[in-house]
Write a protein that binds this ligand. Sequence first.
Ligand SMILES: C[S@@+](CC[C@H](N)C(=O)[O-])C[C@H]1O[C@@H](n2cnc3c(N)ncnc32)[C@H](O)[C@@H]1O
Length: 217
Amino acid sequence: MASGTAERYVPASGVSWLTGTYDVTVALSMRERAWRPALVQAASRDLPTGGSAVEVGCGTGSLTIALAQARPDARVTGVDGDPAILELARRKPGAERVTWLEGLAGSFSLPVSADVALCSLMLHHLSDDAKAAGLEHIASALSEHGVLHVADWGPPRGPAAALGARALQLFDGREGPQSLLDGRLPEMLGAAGFASCHRHAALRTVWGTLEVWRAAL
Ligand SMILES: C[S@@+](CC[C@H](N)C(=O)[O-])C[C@H]1O[C@@H](n2cnc3c(N)ncnc32)[C@H](O)[C@@H]1O
């Protein structure tokens, strides 16, 4: 794992021995097709010609690679703190279009400012202090009118979603997801310097309600 933090590091599937099953789990339980392509399109719309995009907590790189394929003109970087998952990302078709970087949400460094950042299913892995530091760092890595797209857990809509969120917290820990389940993401984005944020989707999944947000500096 990338060093430089005393934080508990939560790998993609909650525990490192399940990392190899991550893509299958997401495909079966998170209605990927209902939100990933739309997220790629939204990020692509915000990306100027020849611009730069970064996914922070890119995991196996599904989203990063899809964006790089949608926008061959752009410079696309995938950052993750777990070298094992980056290795899985590097082996995927299309991975050669992406620059892969081992680093943490609060301290990665890019050669040029990004026009667009993405955080998909990553923030809920972090403590509230690390979320604040990570979001501030992402804001600082963006260009003047940069945009951040976030897909992550939100307040559960209905009892089945509440049960799913409980199950998620068994894998990923209680603290990280809780502030998002309490609906505090907009407040955290504002505190990190994002002047406007807008939720453009909320979907029921096995693990609770997944929300997709766009935040602009
Ligand atoms: C659930 S996976 C999401 C992967 C991918 N973004 C997706 O949408 O499928 C969360 C990822 O965040 C990474 N991660 C967790 N804490 C991190 C941190 N502090 N900095 C960077 N990456 C982190 C994990 O290694 C994991 O690959």
